[in-house]
Ligand binder design. Structure first.
Ligand SMILES: [Zn+2]
Length: 999
């Protein structure tokens, strides 16, 4: 990239007029030359003794030093003894000279003509020179960074090419080191550099549960693994920033108040200028690309930055209150003007015209803003480049010319569309069209990441697709970014390895690469492990990622439901088959201890998460039955008037909303209660939702048309209805507190607003107390809900203007994602009698005499050692739970006598518990536990369903355990179930306790 680099330097210095800057089109400059002699002439080791030295020149950088240490480390492992690192060649033994640029000059190795990231390896006499261009600013022990490290790349190349080392992933299990007690090497003359000039990876933790941990195998640290992966896979060192730069110029801070017209107008007339953001893409504003004042400001910013002026010259006031250029977005000679994410449409009259005119007009509109700025910079001889992405509604090619000082970064799904032929063909046609438009190559942003496809614990392990995709498209691109967020690092380890290899040398055959990998890693277990690799890749790429539907907005990938994943894709039979393959590979590899260790390591890394995820799914599926509601036939005519005053409403069972998961993890505390009731008759379903609200005067309700999606931004309740949990379609009905309605049919490929529920809806308000949604829906409008049972969820969005509150979202069933899988069950008819021999298990009844809960005179009342603390803010069901509180020396208990307990009978106990900062003390049985005492004679008279005392902080969790009662019960004393918080400071909540005979 020498040619390209010098142009950049010249233009940055203003020596070439910007109008003459050629299109950014980097290519490999120096020819790749690999020459290894036939004879092994240089002796590096005999009998396990290293017979060479590693020499660092006086001017060695930290890169050179690290390169020398890596060379010593791995050659030492090859031989069995580590060579010395010195600062002077002794002349008596072979010497590796690391990063000596003066020597390179003397040997006529043209460092100044070397591509960025390239290197030379050259032998002469008993010396081996490994040298490239290195930056004095980089410390590879701390980070990879955007700094040159050609010498280090050369050392890794020597270790791989000559030493046979493989850096699959940074762990003893992922690095292959051939052992050579006697080692001689031939004459070497290598000139190498990457085929692709931009090679970048990104990986952080992501999971659907909201857990942002990047799970690493034992012994691997996430930061070290990332750093060493980037270094050893020789990622590129030139930063070409290109990611939402217009969100990073402090526009909200600089112009939010003074120039609101710079910002996009919403339908409700408000500007998205950073005030009252409803999501992260609104915090830094959304822009009006028609506004000439805005264009002028951005132009001036770009001119100042590219001319080397400080941020103060433009007052780039950032959200932290300081004035600075963010180098992740603006790095000479590049200035990024990609719009903020989501790129909202602006509803100002001029923009509205554009948006009505269709996709090409929209793309042209956004591109005109950008190309005008680039053109003006060119005309004014400002050096450098404007970088932009082709993404979102400006991904298609605009009709106007793209100035030569613009660099386009094209967003395509990439490797993960290898199973979706139509989508892939469309993207590759677009890439080709962009090449033609620019008359040059472009670079890609690709998405092999789990942000958009969050299925916890399923391996997104697709090395073959990564290799195939970049190999096929190598000639059309000068590089790529592989975005790779994932829950478990190891799922992507080989994706990254293959990416590094194919981007460096595009001719690589990925099948050969994977065959070699399996052979070296697993020995005789290679072919079985290769089959496992192919199986995991097929499940992700074909079975999970390739269902592409054509919609009126284009193609859309549809992810299967968890039910489909665990019954069809990773079905019990398929999981048994894969488990057997691991058994088989372990057996085959057993003769070689290292290979056997790697099979076991990969089994833990790739397969254990699947086993764990299946368990979690089965538990969640089972827990969902807690949310089972009954819809009673109405005994009278229901008038839809916004009050639930008919007798039928009064007798209908009540269901309560709880905080929506992910919003108040630390507290789980409702601020207001929301109660749901349901009724039906032959022709209609009725839903009545009473939402307590002290601030009925502050409820947000915009003026809206029917079926406006944006209704979710107002104060509202929503109904979700579907046939069953496997149903791909879901009815969604939004009911605004001022009477607005949006009813939609949610299909896997998107929302259909043409469906109409034909509902009758009337909200009612009791000022300062609550608002009520009463709705009638004809059953004929819900053809999916045919049987006596369907599934549903109910949510509430509490949106107030001018009132302080912490929790905006409530839900009936505590799952984050709104789909039929995450619904509770609704049965039409009376609730059957509760089979639980525990009574009042939902704690819905009042506390009596401070120590009892239940009914006067009942034998089955709950009672406590201390006063009973019924908590109506933190609960799972029926609006209340019981809270236990203790300290170092006292015990808090919750007990119920079991008057109906039978001997020799199988029972299932289940309950929800939650803990807050419970800390054990030295006292006996300190902590939280439960026990059931049978009260009979002989053995097994006590059962501890939690199996151990618990402590710490725990989110609400459902416990379930089974026991068979002994032959003798209730002889010595009355049987009872007791929850204890014993001699442990902290709090525990208990809810929805059931003890059911298993028949
Ligand atoms: Zn506008």
């Amino acid at each position: 990239m020498k040619l390209f680099l010098s142009l950049l330097l010249l233009s940055a210095a203003g020596m070439v007029s910007a109008a003459d800057v050629p299109r950014f089109d980097p290519k490999p400059v120096i020819e790749r030359k690999i020459s290894l002699g036939q004879e092994s002439s240089l002796v590096l080791a005999q009998d396990g003794q290293a017979l060479f030295e590693i020499v660092l020149p006086a001017k060695a950088t930290r890169v050179d030093r690290f390169a020398a240490e890596e060379l010593a480390e791995f050659t030492g492992k090859i031989i069995g003894s580590k060579p010395a690192i010195t600062d002077q060649a002794s002349g008596t033994v072979p010497a590796f000279i690391i990063g000596d640029r003066d020597l390179a000059l003397a040997w006529e190795l043209p460092l100044d003509q070397l591509d960025r990231d390239g290197f030379f390896i050259q032998t002469k006499g008993n010396q081996v020179l490994i040298v490239g261009n290195d930056s004095a600013q980089l410390d590879p022990k701390r980070s990879a960074g955007w700094y040159e490290r050609g010498t280090l790349n050369g050392v890794y190349d020597f270790l791989e090419r000559v030493g046979g080392v493989k850096f699959y992933f940074p762990s003893e299990y992922g690095i292959i080191i051939p052992k050579r007690k006697d080692w001689s090497i031939p004459e070497i003359s290598v000139t190498d550099r990457p085929d692709s000039q931009f090679r970048r990876l990104y990986c952080v933790g992501v999971s659907f549960s909201g857990d942002k941990t990047l799970h690493m195998p034992a012994g691997m640290d996430a930061n070290d693994t990332r750093r060493l992966t980037e270094l050893r896979l020789r990622m590129s060192t030139l930063n070409i920033p290109n990611c939402h730069g217009l969100a990073k110029l402090g526009l909200v801070q600089r112009f939010g108040e003074t120039h609101p017209e710079y910002f996009a107008v919403q339908q409700n007339g408000k500007r998205i200028n950073g005030t009252n953001p409803t999501n992260s893409h609104e915090i830094e504003g959304q822009l009006c690309f028609t506004n000439p004042g805005l264009k002028e400001e951005i132009y001036q910013d770009a001119e100042a930055f590219l001319s080397g002026k400080p941020a103060t010259s433009r007052n780039i006031l950032m959200p932290d209150g300081k004035v600075w250029w963010n180098k992740n977005y603006f790095s000479l000679p590049f200035f990024n003007i990609m719009p903020n994410d989501s790129n909202y449409r602006c509803f100002c009259p001029d923009c509205a015209k554009v948006y009505d005119a269709g996709p090409q007009a929209i793309a042209d509109h956004v591109w005109k803003f950008k190309t005008d700025i680039a053109k003006r910079l060119q005309e004014n001889n400002i050096p450098g480049y404007i970088t932009v992405m082709a993404y979102s509604n400006y991904r298609i090619i605009p009709t106007m010319e793209i100035p030569k000082n613009m660099i386009v970064h094209l967003a395509v799904t990439g490797p993960w569309n290898e199973g979706a032929e139509k989508l892939q063909q469309r993207d590759e046609a677009l890439l080709e069209a962009w090449n033609q438009k620019l008359g040059a190559k472009t670079y890609l942003w690709t998405y092999a990441e789990k942000v958009m496809c969050r299925i916890d614990g399923i391996p997104s392990f697709t090395p073959k697709a990564v290799g195939t995709f970049f190999h096929r498209n190598g000639s059309k691109i000068f590089g790529a970014f592989l975005e790779g967020e994932v829950d478990y690092w190891m799922f992507h380890s080989l994706n990254f390895y293959v990416f590094g290899k194919v981007m460096w040398d595009n001719s690589i055959d990925v099948n050969q690469l994977l065959d070699e990998h399996c052979r070296l890693m697993y020995g005789d277990g290679a072919s079985t492990m290769r089959e496992i690799y192919s199986t995991l890749e097929k499940h992700w790429l074909i079975d999970i990622r390739s269902d592409v539907r054509e919609t009126n907005l284009g193609f859309k990938a549809v992810t299967p439901s968890l039910h489909e994943i665990w019954t069809k894709i990773y079905s019990p039979e398929e999981m048994a088959r894969i488990g057997n393959l691991f058994d088989q590979a372990a057996k085959e590899a057993s003769a070689d201890q290292e290979c056997a260790g790697r099979v076991q390591f990969m089994r833990n890394a790739l397969w254990q998460p699947v086993l764990d995820a299946r368990k979690a799914y089965e538990k969640a599926d089972n827990d969902r039955e807690t949310w089972h509601a009954y819809m009673l036939p109405a005994s009278e005519k229901i008038t839809i008037d916004g009050t639930l005053n008919e007798k039928a409403w009064e007798t209908a069972p009540v269901y309560w909303m709880i905080p929506r998961a992910g919003y108040v993890k630390a507290k789980d505390q409702v601020e207001v209660h929301t109660r749901i009731k349901m009724l039906c008759d032959a022709d209609n379903f009725y839903f009545g939702i009473a939402a307590d609200e002290p601030h009925t005067d502050k409820m947000v309700a915009a003026e809206r048309k029917k079926d406006e999606i944006e209704l979710w931004k107002d104060n509202l309740v929503e109904l979700f209805l579907a046939a069953d949990r496997t149903s791909p379609t879901l009815y969604q009905i939004m009911l605004g507190s001022n009477g607005n309605v949006t009813d939609l049919l949610c299909l896997p490929e998107g929302l259909d607003s043409t469906w109409d529920s034909n509902l009758e809806y009337q909200p009612g308000v009791v000022p300062g107390k609550m608002w009520v949604a009463e709705v009638r829906i004809p059953r004929s409008s819900l053809p999916d809900l045919k049987g006596q049972e369907f599934v549903a969820n109910f949510t509430r969005g509490r949106v107030l203007n001018g009132a302080e509150f912490a929790l905006p979202y409530y839900t009936w069933i505590p799952f984050r994602r709104q789909n039929s899988e995450n619904c509770g069950t609704v049965t039409i008819g009376n609730a059957p009698e509760n089979p639980s021999i525990i009574k009042y298990g939902d704690f819905a009844e009042p506390v009596l005499n401070k120590r009892f809960l239940g009914e006067w005179g009942s034998k089955s009342n709950w009672f406590g050692d201390k006063l009973l603390k019924r908590d109506t803010e933190i609960f799972r069901t029926a609006g209340a739970s019981i809270r236990l509180e203790s300290d170092e020396t006292t015990v808090d208990t919750l007990t119920q006598y079991l008057s109906d307990l039978k001997p020799n009978t199988r029972y299932r106990l289940s309950f929800f518990a939650r803990m807050e900062e419970v800390s054990k003390t030295g006292a006996v049985a300190s902590g939280f536990y439960a026990n059931l005492r049978f009260g009979g004679e002989g053995l097994n008279q006590t059962w501890n369903p939690l199996s151990q005392t618990m402590a710490g902080t725990m989110d609400w969790r459902r416990f379930e355990a089974e026991v068979t009662s002994p032959a003798s019960v209730a002889v010595k004393h009355k049987p009872y179930l007791q929850f204890n918080l014993r001699c442990a400071p902290g709090k525990v909540w208990i809810d929805h306790v059931e003890l059911v005979e298993i028949k």
